[in-house]
Design a protein. Structure first.
Length: 240
């Protein structure tokens, strides 16, 4: 039922959100603080800074959980609706959907609007960026639909490896916004700014991966495909 899938998605989102929020608090916040101090030429401050760091850590964990719950809930609903069309079996389907979710929500939009590090200025107005972001989300979703469609079409006539290779072809379209897209940011081109960008990307990849892993495990358990200790004991006894 869709309600059960929705609940599993929320549970997966909570786990993933906790991990993601902790990652932000332990790694992301210190890097942002360093970039801000470097950009303004300020030294490290003591005293009240400790309180602000604790507050920032709590906010990061809380926002991470909320973001994880939002994505997890959407993941659960999407899995229920599209599971018959997803390639693979079992948890593989969850990972495929997670990859599509990442490309649609973050990956494709970032091709045109990369994550902005402190000290980086946006070249486009806010309303323009929102339109571009929406267009790129649709672009990413279209690539995912084309990829799955090609996989299912080719899989009927060829083996899985050939179908997977053909399904990867639509992702070449991602080069279009990279090559033809205008520059949307200025400044922040140093090594730390690049590290910040990759930190954001890897954080989102990890978030989607954990959602898929936890959801897949919960889904197997709900279907009764995950053996219990009693089942394993019975199998060992029968084998003896």
């Amino acid at each position: 039922m869709i309600v059960d899938s929705f609940k599993r998605g929320i549970a997966a989102g909570i786990v993933a959100g906790l991990a993601y929020g902790s990652f932000l608090a332990l790694v992301g916040n210190p890097l942002v603080e360093y970039l801000e101090h470097a950009g303004h030429g300020h030294g490290h401050e003591h005293g009240p800074a400790a309180v602000s760091e604790l507050t920032a850590a709590v906010v990061s964990v809380g926002s991470g959980v909320l973001w994880g719950v939002l994505l997890g809930a959407a993941f659960g609903v999407a899995y229920y609706l599209f599971e018959p069309s997803l390639p693979g079996a079992g948890t593989t389907k969850a990972y495929v959907l997670a990859g599509a979710g990442f490309l649609t929500v973050s990956g494709a939009p970032w091709l045109a609007l990369p994550p902005v590090a402190p000290g980086t200025e946006q070249a486009l107005a806010t309303d323009v960026r929102l339109v571009v972001y929406g267009v790129m989300m649709a672009f990413g979703a279209t690539i995912c639909v084309l990829s799955v469609g090609l996989y299912r079409y080719v899989r009927d006539e060829h083996d899985t490896s050939v179908a997977a290779g053909i399904a990867a072809v639509p992702f070449a379209l991602c080069a279009i916004p990279i090559v033809l897209g205008p520059t949307t940011v200025s400044g922040g081109s140093g090594g730390l700014a690049i590290a910040f960008r990759w930190l954001v990307v890897l954080g989102q990849v990890a978030l989607w991966t954990i959602i898929a892993a936890v959801y897949g495990g919960l889904d197997r358990r709900a279907d009764g495909t995950t053996p219990s200790l009693d089942d394993l004991d019975d199998e060992l006894t029968a084998g003896a």
